[in-house]
Write a protein that binds this ligand. Structure first.
Ligand SMILES: [Zn+2]
Length: 153
């Protein structure tokens, strides 16, 4: 009788370990983050149990704020930059990275510093060049802006 109790306990423990192991492999939530290639705003979306979408973080950018302040219409051009799957403990099960748009070079603070060095007309010109340039020209534009910010400081 005593031996049976011990065997039952071992089986229950083994089953519990297997169940915990399986549960930890299950995707409970996925996260995806996008960045706008033209203004640098970003948004992080969480999806629970592959069903419920929830936008839980939106971060505008200095350029987007400037466009809004000047009542200029802007349609975001969202690019997926990070995607990850999380388990019940919010531990990452897998993740993938897309190519970030080149505006990523001028993340929030750097963009803010750069815009401060420009006049209204120059910011307008900067924005028009972002919108009308090829991927390589756009990369060069942001790289030059980054260089200008870093050498200012
Ligand atoms: Zn945008």
């Amino acid at each position: 009788m005593k031996l049976q109790d011990k065997q039952i306990r071992m089986i229950v423990t083994a089953v519990a370990i297997i169940v915990i192991f399986i549960v930890l492999q299950l995707e409970v939530r996925s996260e995806r983050e996008w960045m706008c290639a033209e203004c640098g705003a970003s948004r992080l979306q969480s999806r629970w149990f592959n069903l419920l979408d929830k936008d839980f973080r939106y971060r505008n950018s200095p350029l987007e704020r400037w466009l809004l302040d000047h009542r200029l219409k802007h349609d975001h051009d969202w690019k997926l930059i990070i995607q990850s799957r999380k388990n019940i403990l919010s531990k990452t099960l897998s993740s993938g990275y897309g190519d970030p748009p080149s505006i990523y070079l001028l993340r929030t603070d750097l963009m803010e510093d750069y815009l401060k060095t420009l006049t209204t007309g120059q910011i307008m010109d900067f924005y028009q060049r972002i919108r009308n340039s090829s991927p390589q020209e756009r990369f060069d534009l942001f790289e030059n802006a980054l260089h200008s910010v870093l050498t200012e400081q």
